[in-house]
Design a protein around this ligand. Structure first.
Ligand code: ARG
Length: 729
């Protein structure tokens, strides 16, 4: 699952663990939990061993020796080493990386043209010289982590409010990361856990030269499309390969033809033995974000207002993209990646809202809160007694500006021209200050450079229709007091005809086409800018945002502070309910087993799918279910090679590992430390999983490594890749 954070107990996590050991509290149990790799020995090893793990804690995470963690590469946007959009794993001593097809999707699309459409047809580099540089992707490996809670909490202890607390924390964190990386080529970041109760430092080595090595045709890599997305049973070959390169000195380097394949500290051997029910499995990777401790009021706001809005707005935006994509192959390529990422979370929000109702999540949360209140009332911590009321007040305040906030992101910025214009609004603010003005050339140069990529994947026709549709929704749905004054102009001059207004904007704005945009940047003039209709629209929204922002910030600050107190209280009430911190894009390990599930009354799902099931889904008339000719041929000839099991090829399997967006591409590893699959999705029955873990329903969907290698060899003919892997039969 692809992406899109925090602990204040009075005791640091280390201290809590020590306390647990002292009091002989039961160590954690499997399935639920995204565990920090540094605490596996104390929290999880006993349980993992019982379930079938043969490795030691030191073989999973070690600072001094090579360990499993060294094979886990977090995929980040270029220049960023801490916000992982996906996970990958090293599977050869030459830096070969395996991840999901949907994680490589953007890179594959950017290398596709109408003439050489590798997104549609697939791509297999037959030698390293054919690999394709992906300048937008970096991959980072964790060197070590450390508890820095005491330092950060000491720095913030006298903060007057949330704003000051954030500033003091940031200053201390800057010192910590500088010390941690001094004299090295490493990068470091500190993240907060349990909503700011705990802080951990992560030191990483981030590689900048990443190249695309191979991907199956989209009909395999995205088989089942949006229909099957977030669902089980699944037949998607959701995998692709990259390779990490390093400088000749063995250190990370910018792309250069002289770079050499990365020699990892550890690469995962691959097992062709497959899995059966109850087999131990663990997944190591970078889960992006969960909100398992979220208050009922927060869930209610999402359920009743935010999610329905997101769904409605995205439905329309997707329809407009699709309309454009269906008309032209060139537009189809341009919008493929934008469409896929928008639709992924569109369907997620639909599933989450259905699940919240079906599973009565609100009742569960309210019940927990009632228990907490009763417990707090008996104690003598004043903050605990009022914290739920504080949280409810925070959410009530947020609700007043929630539609504005949601529509700003999902609706107004849904039109890309407004995002571009907003960027120029910020530049103009910056240029008004002397220190900003000094950077004029650099900033405008940066924008100029970004326009090549931006316009490569842009279609003004789609964007114009989107702008018209989004303004109409905003006008109707957001309270009138939160309308920026541009709506008065649209009413006076266009009689609220949003199509006519959007047409006027696109006909007259320099932002609508690359040539005029570049011309503007070359001769930047405040006068031209402030008269531009797209700019005027963005500026009007920006002014309204400036007016409303303090309310949003205050409500969120109250919620953040409330959650920090609530979590500290929950921990005191019952340490088990807060055994692991929410996902925050840091390296975690989740362990569990291969296991089927009961979807609903009289519906029992098996734990694996195979290639026969894929052929049954084939529908040449439906683009989501096309089976490429080559795959049909191999299937007819039963040419399954060493990937067969009982006369078929297993395609996917499910486990109860606890994953979320950002874990996409993570390795599924058996008890011997061998790769058996690649995690890529969650299931429809448990779409509330980021809010509450439902043991009976939540499953992790994985591509069977044998299907991956079967496609690589038999369909892609890339035996060169198979040869560099270490395969255990
Ligand atoms: N649900 C998957 C995830 O979040 C992404 C699948 C991408 N496929 C798609 N049809 N959009 O990781």
């Amino acid at each position: 699952m692809q992406t899109k954070l925090k602990m204040n107990w009075s005791l640091s996590c280390v201290a809590v663990v020590a306390l647990c050991t002292l009091l002989n509290i039961q160590p954690a149990k499997a399935d639920e939990g995204m565990w920090l790799t540094m605490f596996l020995q104390r929290l999880n090893m006993t349980d993992m061993k019982k379930m079938g793990l043969k490795l030691s804690a030191e073989e999973l995470y070690s600072i001094n020796k090579s360990s499993l963690k060294d094979a886990i590469g977090g995929l980040t946007p270029a220049g960023n080493f801490q916000n992982h959009f996906c996970t990958s794993e090293v599977i050869s001593q030459k830096g070969l990386l395996l991840t999901n097809h949907h994680c490589a999707y953007d890179a594959i699309q950017s290398h596709s043209t109408v003439k050489n459409n590798i997104l549609r047809d697939g791509f297999w580099a037959k030698s390293t010289s054919e690999e394709l540089p992906c300048k937008d992707i970096n991959v980072s490996f964790l060197v070590r982590m450390e508890d820095v809670t005491a330092r950060v909490l000491a720095a913030v202890k006298d903060a007057k409010d949330e704003g000051e607390r954030a500033k003091l924390a940031a200053a201390e964190i800057a010192k910590i990361t500088a010390e941690a990386t001094k004299g090295t080529h490493y990068n470091a970041y500190v993240k907060d856990f349990y909503k700011g109760n705990d802080y951990y430092l992560f030191v990483v080595e981030s590689f900048k030269d990443v190249r695309l090595v191979g991907n199956p045709a989209e009909a395999i890599g995205k088989f089942g499309g949006d229909t099957d997305n977030w669902m089980w049973p699944r037949h998607t070959g959701d995998f692709s390969f990259f390779r990490v390169y390093m400088g000749k000195d063995g250190k990370p380097a910018e792309y250069s033809p002289d770079n050499v394949p990365y020699v990892p500290k550890h690469s995962l051997p691959i097992s062709l033995k497959g899995v059966k029910p109850n087999d131990f499995t663990m997944v190591m990777g970078y889960p992006g974000r969960t909100d398992r401790y979220r208050a009922a009021a927060g869930i209610q706001l999402d359920m009743e207002e935010t999610n329905p809005a997101r769904i409605k707005l995205r439905t329309k935006r997707l329809a407009l993209m699709k309309e454009g994509m269906d008309k032209s192959d060139a537009v189809r390529i341009k919008y493929a990646s934008k469409y896929a990422s928008l639709s992924n979370y569109w369907k997620y929000f639909i599933g989450q809202n259905q699940g919240l109702k079906r599973l009565k999540t609100l009742d569960y949360k309210r019940n927990l809160e009632a228990q907490f209140q009763a417990w707090a009332d008996k104690g003598n911590n004043a903050a605990y007694k009022t914290v739920l009321a504080d949280l409810n007040k925070g959410y009530a305040d947020l609700k007043e500006v929630n539609l504005f906030n949601t529509y700003r992101g999902e609706c107004i910025f849904g039109a890309e021209i407004v995002q571009q214009a907003q960027q120029l609004y910020m530049v103009r603010q910056m240029l008004a200050k002397p220190e900003g003005a000094a950077m004029k050339g650099q900033v405008l140069g940066g924008i100029k450079e970004s326009l090549t990529d931006y316009f490569k994947d842009y279609n003004a026709g789609i964007d114009r229709k989107t702008l018209a549709a989004m303004l109409a929704y905003y006008y109707k749905d957001v309270p009138k007091a939160q309308h920026p004054d541009i709506f008065a102009k649209i009413s006076n001059e266009f009689d609220n005809d949003f199509n006519a207004y959007a047409e006027y904007v696109f006909d007259n704005s320099f932002l609508a086409s690359k040539g005029s945009f570049l011309e503007f940047l070359d001769a930047y003039s405040d006068e031209t800018l402030t008269k531009d209709p797209a700019y005027m629209l963005a500026e009007s929204f920006a002014r309204k945002t400036d007016e409303i922002r303090p309310k949003i910030v205050a409500a969120n600050a109250a919620i953040d502070k409330g959650m920090r107190t609530y979590l500290a209280g929950l921990k005191e009430m019952n340490p088990k309910t807060t055994a692991y911190p929410d996902a925050n894009s840091t390296l975690r390990l989740t362990y569990g087993k291969v296991i089927a599930y009961k979807g609903k009354d009289a519906v029992n799902y098996d734990y694996k799918t195979n290639i026969e099931g894929l052929m049954e889904k084939e529908d040449p008339a439906n683009e989501e279910f096309i089976v490429p000719t080559k795959l049909s041929e191999v299937y007819k000839n039963k040419d399954f090679g060493m990937y067969a099991e009982n006369g078929t090829v297993p395609v996917a399997f499910i486990t109860d590992n606890d994953i979320t967006g950002g874990n996409s591409g993570s390795p599924v590893i058996n008890g011997n430390g061998e790769l058996v699959g690649t995690a890529f999705d969650g299931n429809w029955e448990a779409m509330t999983g980021d809010l509450v873990f439902d043991k009976a329903l939540k499953r992790c969907i994985n591509v069977d490594i044998r299907y991956t290698l079967f496609i690589v060899e038999k369909v892609g003919g890339a035996t060169n890749l198979i040869q560099e892997m270490k395969i255990v039969r």
